[in-house]
Design a protein around this ligand. Structure first.
Ligand SMILES: [Mg+2]
Length: 379
């Protein structure tokens, strides 16, 4: 897929394969979850957000695989989940499910061209792998950044979610990989998908999702269909380049925003959309699939204005932002400044919100509208 002399080509190669592996894990867990209505797999965290067997299993698997491939225990991984809830005695059923999901997934590693463990991991090793992802990142050195399941609510509803893996090198996002198991590779699939109500009966007949990836400075981003372990991962053969849309007329542009109102301000976005002259209804999409849609040219704008007091975390943005940028788009905060991934787990200093666009012309219009609307808003 890459010239071996390119910087971080090994990291990207391993990351893409690992994301394929865990996409397949997530699909299995999502299927079980939706077919059995197995609430046993879902827990609430202290902040009332959801966490599932998939979140922990993906984090453990990615952590184990990256540690195996790069630097053992010294690797720096910043990821969303911790072991607190899972270590409690009342979570022993979940821990059992996580351990078996992780081992089932790791056993497939050779089929993806990677090396798995010689023997199955025990509960202690799985907890250790999750807990190893407790780095807080920072401006120096290399830090892997993982959101094991981005859009957990979309995941439990059988809707869109993403597995987001990035690597930050000296404060800049150097590689980004986004696994989107419910986002088929064919064009217009997101709009068609969001028009149907995703129910279990459609799951089996649905087309395969995709994995998208990029490397900083390549000026390119790639997409390939999800590859199952029964077929060897042929990175070179199945990948195609993706590019942002060339639409720059607001009247024709599609804009995406989060589904949930908890952490975003829909009415402010609607005001901006009106000022800029966007005509279409917003496409409300769970997870970083919004960035994927811009990078693939299926939508032109993604706006997210956070409620006061909410701080954006780097794992919710790193992979998606790099994908949009390398596919030809622009991402900044609402003041027009690039996002700063060098300051720990939060996007510190973020001005009001995030604006991702397919091109500069639309981006400028949105930023101008933000400045014009801000004073009259009640954020
Ligand atoms: Mg998550």
């Amino acid at each position: 897929m890459e010239n071996d002399n390119d910087e971080f080509s090994k990291e990207l190669n391993v990351a893409v394969r690992v994301v394929h592996m865990v996409c397949s894990l997530c699909q299995k867990v999502q299927k079980q979850l939706l077919s059995s209505n197995n609430s046993n797999q879902i827990k609430s965290k202290d902040d009332d957000s959801l966490v599932t067997v998939a979140d922990w299993s993906v984090q453990a698997t990615v952590s184990w695989m990256l540690s195996e491939a790069f630097g053992g225990q010294n690797i720096s991984i910043v990821a969303e989940e911790d072991v607190q809830t899972l270590s409690e005695p009342e979570s022993s059923a979940q821990l059992g499910m996580v351990v078996s999901a992780v081992n089932e997934c790791l056993a497939e590693a050779p089929k993806f061209g990677l090396k798995g463990p010689n023997e199955a991991l025990g509960a202690t090793q799985v907890l250790e792998a999750i807990n190893r992802c407790n780095s807080t990142g920072g401006p120096v050195g290399q830090h892997w950044v993982l959101d094991p399941v981005d859009g957990t609510l979309g995941f439990v509803r059988g809707d869109q979610y993403a597995i987001a893996l990035a690597m930050i090198d000296d404060g800049e996002v150097a590689i980004g990989v986004l696994g989107c198991p419910n986002y088929p590779v064919r064009d217009d699939s997101l709009i068609k998908y969001s028009q149907q109500c995703p129910v279990m009966s459609e799951m089996s007949s649905r087309e395969e999702g995709c994995v998208m990836y990029t490397r900083k400075g390549s000026g390119k981003a790639w997409m390939q269909p999800l590859i199952h372990s029964d077929k060897r991962l042929e990175l070179q053969n199945s990948a195609r380049t993706i590019h942002v849309s060339s639409i720059d007329d607001p009247a024709l542009a599609t804009f995406c925003e989060p589904v949930e109102k908890t952490n975003s301000n829909h009415s402010f976005s609607a005001g901006i959309a009106n000022t800029v002259g966007l005509r279409k209804q917003p496409l409300r999409v769970y997870s970083m699939v919004k960035y994927a849609a811009i990078a693939r040219g299926e939508a032109e704008i993604y706006m997210k204005f956070a409620r006061a007091g909410y701080k954006e975390k780097i794992w919710d943005h790193a992979a998606g932002v790099l994908l949009v940028q390398e596919a030809g788009g622009v991402v900044t905060d609402a003041g027009g400044t690039p996002l700063d991934f060098s300051r720990g787990i939060y996007l510190e200093g973020l001005d009001r919100g995030i604006v991702a666009c397919s091109g500069l012309k639309l981006h400028e219009k949105i930023i101008e509208a933000v400045y014009a609307s801000w004073e009259s808003s009640n954020l």
